[in-house]
Structures are given as C-alpha cells and as structure tokens.
Design a protein around this ligand. Structure first.
Ligand code: SF4
Length: 332
C-alpha cells in the first residue's frame, strides 16, 4: 500500500468526499447569492456505485485512515442510509474511520442507523443558540431539530461528536460563552471556526475574529486547559473541571497547511487538493463509471493530482478574489 505524498512530503491519509452540492439551509457565510450558484444536475453527481468504487480504490492503494462525508448537506441525498450500509461493508475488512459533517436538520431520525453502520464521528454545525439569530444565519427555522440532534447524538457512543460554529464578529461572537454554558455538562467537542473568505460569502476583514480573541472572551468566565491535539488542525482545550472540549480552528490567523493531510473529492467526482484550490480538470466520474479504466490507473491519476498542491493557501485578500470557491459545494 502506498502513501499519498505531495512534493512537500506531506502524507495525505484523510479523504473528504462531498456527496452533494445541495443543502436545505442557506447559511450566509456559506452560500453565495442565488444567481452565482450553478447546481450540478443529478446525472453529474457521483452515483453510490461510483462512490463505493472510489472508496475501494482509496483503501486498496493508499493508506487512508479517515474518510469524512460532506455536502452541501450530505443527508439530503436519497437513500443515504443504504449508501452508509455499503460503506460499512467495506469498512469491515479495511481499517479506516468514517465521519460525517452535517447541519443536523435531517439527522435526528438517522442517528441509530448511522451508529449501527459504524459511523465513528459526527460533526454537527450550529452557529447560534438563539432561535432568531439561527434563522437569520441559516435562512430557516430548523433550530429545535438541530439542537435535538446534538443532544440525541451525545447519548450514543460515537468516538466523537463535535459541534462546529463559524464565529463572525458582531453576529455571533457574543455567544461564545453561551455555547460553553449550554454544554458544559457534556463530553461534546465544541469547535469555534474562524470565518474564511469564499466566493460570494460576504467576506470582510471587519467581520473577522481570530482564535486568540475568541479564547480571551471565553477566559473571562472559564479556565481553558490546553491539551494535546488529536489532529493537526485544531488547538484543543478542556474547560477546567468538565469533560467539555473546546477547540479553535485557526485557518486564517494561524494556518496549519504545513501539516495538511487532506484530499477532497467534489460531488461531481473532481479532485480538489486544497480547500481553496481550483478543482482538477480530471473527472474521476467518467473513469469510475467505466470499468475499462482499471483501479490502478485511477489510483495513479489521484496520486499525480497531488503533485501540484501548493504549500499553503494564499492571503485572505487573494482568497477573497478567487471566484471558483463556493463553500457550499466544498463542504468545508
Ligand atoms: S488551506 Fe489547503 S493546504 Fe492549507 S490546510 Fe487547508 S486544505 Fe490543506
């Protein structure tokens, strides 16, 4: 088995697969104004058969430890549970973890099934604990069901349940302490994520709040004890005297590209070797659908696509000018 290594010797053992570019919310930091969105037609999205072949290739040829499924919102896809059942079958004879990043609005009645299909990690997005603000950010009143999903997920023994909150100055930075108050009796991992510039997402330097500023606000009430990080993207802390873990994702103020281990596949089957990079023109979908292309050839294309990966993402000014990065279709 080979390691997926780029020219900076970074080993890529973490695969993120977007299952759809569609979402049932319209979060203001994620989705651009409607006229900028060109949704993929269903026929252009990787089928479940193509997706399972892709996963087989990754686990057969490369030492991939973790696969995360993202969107849009992955749970809007029809028959999604039967897909996860198939992934579970692959997982039984190969060693890798699976996770899903979801907005939690369609999760509540699927938690048992996801758990029984070997889902290891759930990342659930929730940007506000105030219903009115939730509606203002997400565009729909699905606050209660999201909160219920988080509380229900905490009752199962998933390896990790994380709450992701993108923090934007003067929008939800006044809620940092509320998040801790609300969950301080749980073993949730709350991750506060720096706002990032994506195409059409209203990026403005003035709305940016760094991880250091967030931490200082929380420390006006709680003591945060630094702990060893279990990954390479977050700065991790325990709220003293509790099991609540608080993490900060400092993609902008303190990037972690030097240790990047991530490779993304878009829902249409293109390789994206960085969150901010333009997708490769190679379309894996047509190859995955055509068994005259052998697995080995597809593995070689994937490996080659890493060789033009940049060392780190450009500055925020440059990122704000890129118009190929719609966060909604990348899945973070
Ligand atoms: S910005 Fe790109 S290179 Fe940097 S950590 Fe994220 S995916 Fe990796």
């Amino acid at each position: 088995m080979n390691k997926l290594t780029d020219k900076f010797r970074r080993v890529h053992d973490y695969l993120r697969i977007s299952l759809t570019d569609k979402c049932n919310l319209q979060c203001l930091y994620c989705i651009p104004s409607q006229n900028q969105i060109e949704k993929f037609q269903h026929k252009n999205i990787l089928t479940y058969e193509e997706l399972t072949r892709l996963i087989h290739i990754f686990v057969k040829y490369f030492s991939v430890n973790k696969i995360r499924f993202t969107g849009g919102e992955p749970l809007v896809r029809k028959n999604i549970l039967s897909f996860f059942e198939q992934v579970h079958e692959i997982k039984k004879s190969n060693h890798f973890e699976i996770g899903i990043t979801t907005n939690g609005t369609l999760l509540e009645d699927k938690i048992e099934s996801l758990h029984s299909f070997g889902m290891n990690r759930l990342n659930i997005s929730l940007d506000s604990l105030q219903r009115n603000k939730f509606i203002a950010i997400a565009g729909k009143d699905l606050f209660d069901t999201t909160l219920r999903s988080i509380n229900k997920a905490l009752k199962f023994d998933f390896d990790k349940v994380k709450l992701n909150a993108v923090i934007i100055k003067n929008i939800n930075d006044d809620e940092l302490i509320h998040f801790i108050d609300q969950f301080h009796n749980t073993n949730l991992n709350i991750r506060f994520i720096e706002y990032m510039p994506f195409s059409g997402n209203g990026w403005d330097d003035a709305k940016f709040i760094s991880w250091g500023e967030m931490k200082s606000i929380i420390e006006t009430k709680y003591h945060l004890k630094e702990i060893e990080s279990d990954g390479n993207v977050a700065k991790d802390f325990l709220v003293d005297g509790t099991n609540l873990k608080v993490s900060f994702i400092s993609s902008i103020s303190n990037h972690f590209c030097y240790s990047c281990n991530r490779l993304r596949i878009t829902s249409s089957g293109k390789i994206k070797n960085c969150l901010f990079a333009q997708s490769e023109e190679i379309n894996l979908k047509s190859m995955l659908a055509d068994y005259s292309f052998g697995d080995e050839l597809i593995a070689e294309m994937i490996s080659n696509s890493l060789q033009n990966k940049w060392f780190k993402h450009p500055s925020t000014d440059e990122l704000a000018k890129l118009n190929h990065n719609i966060m909604m279709s990348i899945g973070g």
